[in-house]
Design a protein. Structure first.
Length: 462
């Protein structure tokens, strides 16, 4: 049972508890209203009137005396008045109708069981599709987000200061003189995976001067360190890509907090922070850290996330009853499917829709002997492995479906069998289970804000 199923069960239990509490509250409210309208009689003049007690000296004679019944008219008059008062306190028909209406609003929980609409449990496919749609929506509007924000701020500023021309002029002058346009941070940096410091130079300096101060400052770090400068076109560029005579007014220093080797250590964090602060003093720059909170805890949480989602999905193609297949036949079928033999000895099929030339999935020798042209011409192959690296593939679901289709077509041509790691035949049910696990991992990465196949994901899972 995965975390998503447990969350859905917990939500259903909370809904049932809420219905029970609501019914209890309605019943309690109804009882209070009934008690308010039908107050108990505090004193009955006919029953609670105390008779006078005779003196002790006359009690003996009253025992044997015959007492004739009599009617006390004064007490009857008092009783009539009290009964009349009691009748006047009875609720009228309108109030009784109101109580009846309130009573109909309360329904026992047992009667609600058949009438409560049951919300269908969302499937993994539905949740995954919703996340993918959100990701595509963010990608579409992301390029226009800053323009829309500036237009919104400009419209709000005009409406707020419409009646105060002087205030608007002062604000504009202050913004022009003090605040430069907010250029954000370099696109490759990620707030959840980098410790970022922005250095604002008191006087614009050349790249050569900054590089001289940076000489060997960030060497021998076990995690990547990036330095970006803001060029004359107000674009963030790696400092190493700028010309020595280029002028910069600000630049960033960032340290990646984790990768596949683990999280950054406390000593490296302290060393980096001290180096940046020292650099700021040397070049007369104001240092502004973009990360808040305990950086080491953020790094450890990021490493835990990496371990959770850093998975590969794959299966194997083993020879059938006719024995091992020749390397030349494997090469021909692989190239027909779009594979190309890479320098590392594996066949790779690249994602043409990706911005970078990244493989959608790979095929390699299950015996871990790298393929080569000479080896394929002279050898036979017993089994090959198809593998997809989830964090490195943007459209991993489509890539997995394509990998399954290619493997099945090659299985027919090679007279091979599709099996799992335990050499058990892989059917459609098992393939669907793998697909669902892949969707869960992909969705987890999207929720974290790290898109599979993006530059941030490639840095983090390297």
């Amino acid at each position: 049972m995965n975390g998503l199923t447990i969350s859905l069960i917990a939500i259903g239990a909370l809904i049932i508890v809420a219905v029970v509490l609501f019914n209890w509250w309605q019943e309690r409210r109804f009882k209070q209203q009934v008690n308010h309208h039908f107050n108990a009689i505090q004193k009955d003049p006919l029953l609670d009137e105390q008779l006078p007690i005779a003196p002790a000296s006359t009690q003996a004679t009253q025992v044997n005396a015959h007492v004739e019944p009599y009617l006390d008219t004064q007490q009857l008059n008092v009783a009539d008045e009290q009964v009349l008062d009691f009748e006047m306190t009875l609720p009228n028909q309108a109030e009784i109708d109101d109580v009846a209406i309130e009573e109909t609003r309360f329904v026992a929980l047992s009667e609600l069981d058949d009438n409560i609409p049951v919300t269908p449990k969302p499937s993994i496919d539905a949740l995954y599709s919703e996340l993918i749609n959100q990701e595509e929506h963010v990608a579409i509007v992301g390029s226009n987000q800053e323009v829309e924000l500036l237009e919104s701020l400009q419209s709000s500023s005009e409406s707020l200061h419409h009646d105060s021309e002087a205030t608007r002029s002062d604000t504009k002058a202050a913004r022009d003189n003090i605040e430069e346009p907010n250029m954000g941070l370099p696109a490759m940096l990620h707030a959840q995976m980098d410790l970022i410091a922005v250095l604002y130079l008191a006087d614009a300096s050349t790249v050569e001067f900054v590089n001289h101060k940076l000489n060997s400052l960030f060497d021998d770090y076990d995690k990547p360190v990036f330095v970006h400068g803001l060029n004359a076109d107000q674009q963030w560029v790696m400092l190493s890509h700028l010309l020595p005579d280029a002028v910069v007014s600000r630049f960033t220093c960032s340290l990646q907090l984790a990768d596949r080797a683990g999280a950054v250590s406390r000593s490296v964090l302290n060393r980096f922070q001290l180096a940046v602060e020292t650099l700021g003093l040397d070049i007369n720059a104001h240092v502004e850290w973009q990360t808040t909170g305990d950086v080491l805890s953020i790094a450890n949480a990021l490493d835990t996330f990496c371990i959770e989602v850093d998975k590969t999905m794959g299966f194997h193609l083993v020879h059938g009853e006719q024995g091992a297949f020749t390397g030349t036949k494997l090469k021909g079928l692989a190239e027909a499917q779009g594979f190309s033999l890479a320098a590392d000895g594996s066949f790779k099929l690249f994602d043409e829709s990706a911005e970078q030339a990244l493989p959608a999935f790979v095929m390699f020798n299950r015996d871990h002997h790298p393929f080569s042209l000479e080896m394929l011409r002279s050898s036979v192959v017993k089994a090959v492995t198809f593998q997809l690296d989830i964090p490195h593939v943007h459209h991993c679901t489509e890539a997995f479906n394509q990998m399954v289709q290619v493997a099945k077509q090659m299985a027919i041509g090679l007279n091979a069998v599709l099996v799992d790691d335990n050499n058990r035949p892989l059917g459609d049910i098992q393939i669907e289970k793998i697909r669902q696990q892949l969707k869960v991992i992909h969705a987890t990465m999207l929720v974290r804000g790290i898109v599979p196949g993006s530059e941030s994901a490639l840095r983090l899972f390297s």
